[in-house]
Ligand binder design. Sequence first.
Ligand code: ADP
Ligand code: 5GP
Length: 207
Amino acid sequence: MKTAKKGILIICSGFSGAGKGTIIKKLLDGYRDYYSLSISATTRDPRAGEEDGREYFFKTREEFEKMINNDELIEYAMYVNNYYGTPKSYVLDQLKAGKDVILEIEIQGALKVKEMFPDTLLLFVTTPDAGTLKERLTGRGTEDEAAIRARLLRAGEEAMYIGAYDYLVVNDDLEECVKEIHSIIQSDHCRVSRNEEFINNMRRELI
Ligand code: ADP
Ligand code: 5GP
């Protein structure tokens, strides 16, 4: 009998511009059968090239608040003046089907999910240094100067909470980083606490 068929709920957080979106896209391309990605709802405007239902479900404030009131979200948070939240049904269905599900969410949401599902695996992605973060955020060209400043300010606050995470991943070389994340997740399947059923079966067989 193989160990750990239960899906793991994985949170990938990190400073804006650290490369979360890029990493997760590569992870899903390279390891298609392993992971499902939860698509969040948000009230922020779509960036050029983003599609409703692919990067996010883009909602008005009223629509988002209706989702909150109807208890359709696992968690939600306010990030730099916009709502972001994780739709509940997809995540629970995928976990039930034995898939590892990735949530690319910020820290307040991550802490709420961890409280609800204590065996969530928390990864925090960063650039090698602050200068690289600023360069990547600016180089992406999707936010104006004021929004970049607000996101860097937020990064300074987020840095205080990295201690709540299980793993720190430095996104220097992209390919290396993707391999590292895949290997962290796969190793986590072997954690004794994720294999109680296997261990109990083994005990029964040995008696
Ligand atoms: P996030 O989702 O964390 O906000 P993105 O995935 O949008 O970050 O990446 C921010 C910018 O940095 C993008 O322009 C992306 O192409 C670039 N980038 C991501 N990872 C790397 C890397 N390892 N080396 C150089 N540039 C990167
Ligand atoms: P962006 O606007 O750059 O796509 O995302 C801004 C921040 O919101 C990022 O830190 C991202 O991880 C976070 N985020 C995206 N979706 C969710 C979500 O569903 N819940 C929470 N709490 N944060 C999210």
